[in-house]
Design a protein. Sequence first.
Length: 169
Amino acid sequence: MTRIEHAIEETIFASRWILAPFYLGLIIGLVLLLVKFAQHGWHTVLHIFEATETEAILAVLAMVDISLAANLVLMVMFAGYENFVSKIDTAQHKDRPDWMGKVDYSGLKLKLLASIVAISAIQLLRAFIDIKEFTDNQLMWLVVIHLTFVVSGVLLAWMDKIYAATNPH
């Protein structure tokens, strides 16, 4: 029975590689975000002289938003791959991010939610800067959604803290 059990366990362990195409697909997502960032940046440059100050601020905030989304994708790629598939062998590379290889699943969840809160905050700021374009109902929902992300992040961090306190390594 041990040979069968060993074969099953090896198969299950090897199945983690099924996730690799997902992380490769996220590279395509990064490229798509780069295209939208460049497109938005080019449009902003071409129209900056006729843009109002508010429009310029909104354009820059949109670029920050895309940048945060790209950071989020990169974080998921690195941490997800290293936590679930295989270690990325770049320990000696001078440009290796300090956090790489140190973000466990719990840390990844918190970083993801923090990034989502930041993206949501920028969307909310954009709405408040261009407030005349939104109805009161739309603004209310943007605030509710943002607060939901914030509360979710706090609760998730609190649950992780409780878990860590009750399950020392």
